[in-house]
Design a binder for this molecule. Structure first.
Ligand code: FES
Length: 154
């Protein structure tokens, strides 16, 4: 049985034919739509590398089934910049050196965009670290990440 799922991805309407209802949003983005900016780390909801926004809220796309997302609005890292102009959160990560190897960076940035959209902006570094705690950086670039999020919230 094939399911037909309608999604908006980075502003573009898409109709997805699903033969397998177990396909995750992460695998759809990376393997069928070539949106490989969203990273696969743990594939079990523990690292945050796969963070995207669904209807403006942060989710781990590795835990989200496409079959449950009919009608959803999905934003990935590829949809943030406006042409050559970086999104302010992307610019803040560069300015504050909020990364080292960069693998977790798309998830970190999407999480930061999400927490601002969710109205959780805070000038308190401890609160920012708590709000970003679902996003692991194995390089330990947390100081720069926190500075970037604080800067982006201004
Ligand atoms: Fe989804 Fe790690 S890949 S949380």
């Amino acid at each position: 049985m094939s399911l037909s799922i309608s999604l908006t991805i980075n502003g573009q309407p898409r109709t997805i034919a699903l033969d397998d209802p177990r396909v995750t949003l992460l695998d759809l983005l990376r393997e069928r739509l070539d949106l490989t900016g969203t990273k696969k780390g743990c594939d079990r909801g523990q690292c945050g590398a796969c963070t995207v926004l669904v209807d403006g809220r942060r989710i781990n796309s590795c835990l989200s089934l496409v079959a449950s997302l009919d009608g959803a609005d999905v934003q990935t890292i590829e949809g943030l910049a406006d042409g050559d102009a970086l999104h302010p959160v992307q610019a803040a990560f560069i300015e504050a050196d909020g990364f080292q190897c960069g693998y977790c960076t798309p998830g970190q940035i999407m999480s930061a965009v999400g927490l601002i959209k969710e109205g959780h902006a805070s000038g308190d570094p401890e609160r920012v670290r708590e709000l970003m705690s679902g996003n692991i950086c194995r390089c330990g670039a947390y100081q720069g990440i926190t500075e970037a999020v604080l800067e982006a919230q201004k």
